[in-house]
Design a protein around this ligand. Structure first.
Ligand SMILES: [Fe+2]
Length: 338
């Protein structure tokens, strides 16, 4: 006696009504990973006039922050720059203020053009000049005030996409209240000696401002890193770890004529060119970059950097430390097939 074959359409309907779905019909299950996303470059000479246009259209008084998001073609739907990072350009005019607020998203500012502004982080003033990095870590109050003479433009990077995914995003408008205790940057000005404090309970660096002159001096004398470039990391001086939990920052120097070893990582990053010019092979594409250009290095691509002519320096923000702490960081150097 043969078994009665079940009616598949009835079973499917019953599954659907019960909110069940067969994994073997899921197009994404048990398939190889998709190819890496291509890199994307925002050329400063192309976007600079378009940034200026935002000055007439938006005022921080009205829109909170005058910001243009950097959204590559691969992330138009989600309005993000990489899987975990949102990178933007923010503009402040002389005399303008961007009022205080705080959010659970970690953020950083890297000054691309101009000087004379100040970001106040939990009451601590952080002067902003070209090449300076300012951290505004999760849930710290921050505002921006510009008392300089020319517009200032900086790169913002935030862990917004990651926090949206894990459901932890929160925002609070100012005025700032109940400011926590902070430690003056002067307390960290002597190399290899730090205050003995319970500040290590925090998830971020007690230093919010990393002046470019200091980072540039450090990278100039750094020994070659694994890919042959010189690299320094912006760290929390109390732990030696990344300055903020979700974003890990580096200054990379390519000496004159340098070509790095091929490199591949599961982490993604966004770079901006601080000095010099050059090119990067990212997967099958070659990106040619100049000062203030911004480009992505999406995870999984084979990467080779090359300076053209003189010394070049790149600021890089990545999710590398996040991936390392999750046990998801895999990095290869050297003989990597294209
Ligand atoms: Fe903010």
């Amino acid at each position: 006696m043969s078994a009665v074959r079940p009616d598949i359409s009835e079973i499917r309907k019953a599954w659907k009504d019960a909110n069940l779905a067969p994994l073997w019909e899921n197009a994404k299950a048990h398939r190889p990973a998709p190819p890496p996303e291509p890199a994307y470059l925002w050329s400063w000479h192309k976007i600079r006039p378009l940034l200026t246009a935002a000055i007439d259209i938006a005022s921080p008084e009205v829109v909170e922050r005058r910001v243009l998001q950097l959204v590559p073609p691969t992330h138009q739907d989600e309005q993000r720059t990489s899987r975990t990072l949102a990178a933007n350009i923010q503009i402040l005019l002389p005399g303008e203020k961007a009022r205080p607020h705080r959010h659970t998203m970690n953020a950083l500012r890297f000054v691309l053009e101009g000087s004379g502004a100040t970001t106040i982080v939990d009451g601590k003033p952080c002067p902003m000049a070209e090449g300076d990095l300012i951290l505004t870590p999760a849930w710290t109050w921050h505002e921006h005030i510009h008392e300089g003479e020319l517009p200032i433009l900086w790169l913002d990077a935030l862990d917004v996409p990651l926090q949206q995914y894990v459901g932890t995003g929160a925002f609070e408008a100012g005025p700032a209240a109940q400011l926590p205790e902070t430690i003056a940057d002067a307390a960290f000005a002597v190399a290899n000696v730090v205050p003995d404090t319970d500040y290590t309970t925090k998830e971020y660096s007690p230093v919010f401002r990393y002046p470019y002159a200091a980072a540039a001096a450090a990278v100039a004398v750094a020994p070659p890193a694994r890919d042959g470039s010189r690299r320094v990391r912006y760290v929390n001086p109390l732990t030696g770890g990344s300055g903020m939990a979700m974003m890990d920052c580096f200054l990379v120097q390519l000496d004159a004529g340098a070509v790095t070893l091929p490199f591949r990582t599961t982490a993604s990053s966004v770079c901006c060119v601080v000095e010099g010019s050059g090119e990067s092979q990212v997967g099958g594409d070659t990106i040619r970059w100049n000062k203030r250009d911004i480009f992505t290095l999406p995870q999984g691509n084979r990467i080779v950097h090359k300076s053209s002519g003189g010394t070049a320096r790149l600021f890089q923000v990545s999710d590398r430390d996040l991936y390392a702490r999750l046990g998801l960081l895999r990095e290869e150097y050297g003989n990597i097939a294209a």
